[in-house]
Design a protein around this ligand. Structure first.
Ligand code: NAP
Length: 246
């Protein structure tokens, strides 16, 4: 298995896309540390990882809070070893007319969607530098590529993640560390189902006639963290069923 002996951290691994990524990386041989707000959901994912034949631990708390991140990283190293794969997946969305976005909403979106990946990466990159090998995958959004009505704060935060990816990729390309991002589009998860999006109507109007599955994102992530993707860095790999073609 290609990831045998590797330790992966997946933020937001308790649900949707993050859960599918955890299980897929475990099937490919990685031990996985699940960082999520929801302890019960994280434990369920841990059970799925163990069923897939790998090791898992849960770090419950806010993956955008610097102190929590430092403690999660220590707990992960103690339990599983040096961390060489980071998937910055935890995110929150919000639908709101531009004029009605409050300072509080904007701050929370930027904290979770931008500062979280920033601080998680700062906490974990020393492990990758020491190992001389690392893989970082940031989950952005197709709304950052196209813009999205009533999501200016969310799409701006995800746009920042695309630029974050490019700059990190350049800074660490010589250190054996690749950094890429996947902007999902219309993936059937609890986040999508909780949104005002009419999933059936949107499915009918989409090129493939269906929403994406969390496994569709997990498959792209599995490639990006593999040795096969060693010459791929700084890229935006759209997984959206042809809804966004740039
Ligand atoms: P989801 O089903 O809501 O799962 C997100 C998970 O992250 C939840 O378990 C959530 O916990 C956790 N989480 C949220 N904030 C956190 C924090 N501060 N610290 C730790 N854990 C946190 O969402 P999803 O659809 O799988 O989305 C995953 C990522 O894909 C997000 O970054 C999202 O923006 C992006 N994305 C999704 C779509 C889509 O169509 N689904 C499209 C574009 C981009 P709680 O449930 O307790 O909040």
């Amino acid at each position: 298995m290609s990831l045998s002996g590797k330790v992966a951290v997946v933020t937001g691994g308790g649900s949707g896309i993050g859960r599918a990524i955890c299980v897929r990386l475990a099937r490919d041989g990685a031990a996985v540390s699940i960082w999520d707000l929801n302890g019960e959901a994280a434990s369920e994912t841990a059970g799925m990882i163990e069923d897939a034949g790998s090791r898992a631990i849960c770090c419950v708390g806010d993956a955008s809070a610097a102190e929590q991140i430092a403690s999660n990283a220590e707990t992960t190293r103690d339990a599983l070893g040096c961390i060489q794969i980071l998937v910055n997946n935890a995110g929150i969305s919000d639908f709101c007319r531009f004029q009605d976005i409050t300072a509080e909403n904007l701050s929370r979106i930027l904290d979770v969607n931008v500062k979280g990946p920033f601080y998680c990466t700062q906490a974990i990159i020393p492990d990758m530098l020491e190992a001389g090998w690392g893989r970082i995958v940031n989950i952005s959004s197709s709304s950052a590529q196209t813009g999205s009505i009533a999501m200016t704060h969310y799409s701006a935060s995800k746009g920042a993640i695309i630029t974050f990816t490019k700059s990190l990729a350049k800074e660490f390309a010589g250190a054996g560390i690749t950094v890429n991002n996947i902007p999902p589009g219309f993936i059937d998860t609890p986040m999508l189902r909780a949104s005002p999006v009419d999933v059936d109507m949107q499915s009918e109007n989409s090129p493939m006639g269906r929403p994406g599955r969390p496994d569709d994102i997990a498959a792209a992530c599995a490639y990006l963290v593999s040795d096969d993707a060693g010459y791929v860095t700084g890229q935006t790999i759209g997984v959206n069923g042809g809804r966004v073609i740039l």
